[in-house]
Design a binder for this molecule. Structure first.
Ligand code: F6R
Length: 605
């Protein structure tokens, strides 16, 4: 959570910081601030609320200078407020710091610093950092930062500037992402690539513990001991446009429409009709030895895992357990060297998922990660990584990351099935060809947009909406319900069709909205019965079905989706359900891309 940007060069730092923060607002948006070296001092301007509030303040009282750091915050320690927002400074105002992450030992450090005479203005964990750096400062800001971070426990990405050394910007990180952007006579830092993509495509991906010293003329990298290190420049391949809305009203809508492209990119070079499936570096022989698979993830990625389980068990016949990452490590999972753990994370920075992976590795498991962010912590800490090629996902509500995660899990299931010989050639060929043609099937599903938009007008005033499904449709319904609640704030629950009569049916009364997902012909008759049960009690039902399952004539409305075999159906059936959630929230006039209380990447436990 939170976004960081920093600049050193010859242009006005404030403009570049604000531009970068605008692109990073999805990282956190309860307050924002900048610190700029201007007229021989560090001037700080910060404001509670959206970045716009900060911009208005800066318009009234502009700051100009060529060195600065900026931050957009999602509160963890200390409520959202001006005083708690970053940058934080040392008591004399000579050192300013922006920070992402959590300092776990901040209370001990705070007491120690107070004893030495420091006073604290904010309630944040971050404020110990500038005081600590100041305590170690003896004329060399790099050394002071190096000594200070050695005292910090927890996670951090830091940008630091000092009044006494206005020709330097210091950056460092541990368990929180930070990159260094390389320009001509100017350099940048950022927590995420889109922040500086309009300025440069050449970046260094800092590793845990590394420090960077940026000047106008260059960047020097060091390990945590202070030894100089070299690393390759990473060339960003996605365009700045990819990080913008491209004419759509919201990132979420753009990202829903990007799904055919995202799936095609994820499958490219890995799936072809007449060659074995390629799963990047994963060894087909090694993979056969695993007797058990855990999938560990949070939120939407967890929902993708539920569908991955069905695919792996049906195609490759290996038992799979899907675990919420936040629960996994507290449940004494039965892991050994014959266990494969698949960690799924769009951002690659989710703290719970990382913690689960670490535990799995300690217990001897082999960890495969599926992530969308190159160089993310999840990818660095796993034994092998499979990247989804969704491109940057800016909307907080995840859409294209989810469907590319599904495509990756299907590929994995086929790869495993092929290596274990659990499918006949004909079965393998059918399923490969269906996945291969998935981008076109998603295009078909997107054509349901107008129908779904109309439906949204009928249901957006509801207080509660229930979802039903069986098998993989149950998992799709869970994801559809999550999309609805996170952006429209409508209370929503999902039930497995067969569970209704064990309690939830008591909730159904005249006019209650129930959305059913029914794509599997082998169980659609059962689903029809469940729909009938709620219709009889007065529910208004919408059924998302296909040509083979649409017989659910009891429903008030049936949306007919493209036909897919049951195991692959979720990747298309979620699309109109994402659109439904989107249009419901539009009708309510809510902030689609930045829903309240949520942040894109949950880097704290
Ligand atoms: C929902 C959503 C979240 C994330 C979850 C995990 O739309 O985006 O539920 O799926 O926070 O995030 P990652 O995949 O980055 O680990």
């Amino acid at each position: 959570m939170c976004g960081i940007v920093g600049y050193i060069g010859n242009r006005n730092a404030t403009d570049i910081l604000i531009d970068g923060l605008t692109k990073l607002e999805y990282r956190g948006y309860d307050s924002a601030g900048v610190a700029v070296f201007s007229n021989s001092e560090i001037k700080v301007c910060k404001e509670k609320g959206r970045l716009l509030n900060l911009c208005e303040k800066l318009e009234k009282d502009p700051i100009t200078g060529n060195l600065g750091i900026g931050h957009t915050r999602w509160a963890t320690h200390g409520a959202p407020s001006e005083v708690n927002s970053h940058p934080h400074t040392s008591m004399d105002g000579k050192i300013a710091v922006v920070h992402n992450g959590i300092i776990e030992n901040f209370e001990q450090l705070r007491s120690m610093l107070k004893e030495k005479g420091c006073y604290f203005k904010s309630e944040t964990d971050t404020e110990v950092i500038p005081h600590l750096i100041n305590m170690y400062y003896e004329g060399d800001i790099f050394n002071a930062v190096k000594k200070a971070v050695a005292q910090l426990e927890g996670s951090f990405a830091l940008g630091v500037i000092s009044k006494d050394e206005p020709d330097k910007l210091i950056a460092t990180r541990k368990q929180s992402p930070l990159i260094v952007g390389l320009g001509k006579d100017e350099n940048y830092i950022a927590s995420d690539i889109p922040a500086i993509l309009s300025e440069t495509k050449d970046v260094y991906l800092l590793d845990d513990g590394e420090l960077a010293v940026l000047t106008r003329d260059g960047v020097t990298l060091y390990d945590s001991e202070g030894n100089e290190v070299t690393k390759e420049i990473y060339k960003v391949t996605f365009s700045e446009n990819a990080a913008q809305k491209e004419g759509y009203d919201h990132f979420m809508l753009k990202e829903i429409h990007e799904q055919p492209r995202a799936i095609a990119d994820t499958l490219r070079g890995r799936l072809s009709l007449d060659l074995p499936v390629k799963f990047d570096d994963l060894d087909g022989e090694l993979i056969k030895k695993f007797k058990k698979i855990y999938i560990v993830a949070c939120g939407t990625a967890y929902h993708a895992g539920l569908i991955g389980k069905t695919a792996i068990e049906r195609l490759a016949k290996v038992p799979v357990s899907v675990e919420l990452a936040s629960e996994f490590r507290y449940n004494n999972p039965l892991i050994d060297s014959e266990t494969l753990v698949i960690a799924i994370s769009q951002s690659g920075e989710t703290a719970d998922t990382l913690a689960g992976m670490r535990l799995a590795k300690e217990c001897g498991a082999y960890v495969l990660s599926i992530t969308n962010v190159v160089g993310s912590s999840v990818s660095r800490e796993s034994d092998t990584t499979f990247y989804t090629y969704a491109g940057p996902e800016i909307s907080v509500a995840s859409t294209k990351a989810y469907t590319t995660q599904l495509a990756s899990l299907y590929l994995f299931a086929m790869f495993l099935a092929e290596n274990k010989g659990t499918l006949t050639d004909a079965e393998l060929s059918d399923i490969k060809s269906e996945l291969y043609n998935m981008p076109q099937a998603i295009e078909e599903a997107l054509k349901l947009e107008d129908e779904v938009k109309e439906l949204s007008k009928k249901i957006y005033k509801e207080q509660d909406i229930y979802y039903l499904g069986r098998g993989v449709d149950y998992a799709v319904a869970m994801e559809a319900s999550l999309k609805l609640k996170e952006i429209s704030y409508i209370h929503s629950e999902t039930y497995a069709g067969g569970e209704l009569k064990h309690g939830p049916i008591a909730l159904i009364e005249d006019g209650t909205v129930v959305i059913a997902v029914s794509t599997d012909k082998s169980i659609s008759a059962k689903m029809d019965s469940n729909i009938k049960e709620v219709v009889t009690r007065g529910a208004y039902t919408i059924c998302f079905a296909n040509e083979e399952t649409k017989a659910s004539h009891e429903s008030s409305h049936v949306v007919v989706m493209p036909n897919r075999s049951s195991v692959l159906a979720p990747i298309t059936s979620i699309v109109p359900l994402q659109l439904l959630a989107y249009y419901v929230a539009i009708n309510k006039g809510y902030d689609i891309d930045k829903p309240r209380n949520l942040a894109k990447s949950v880097t704290v436990e």
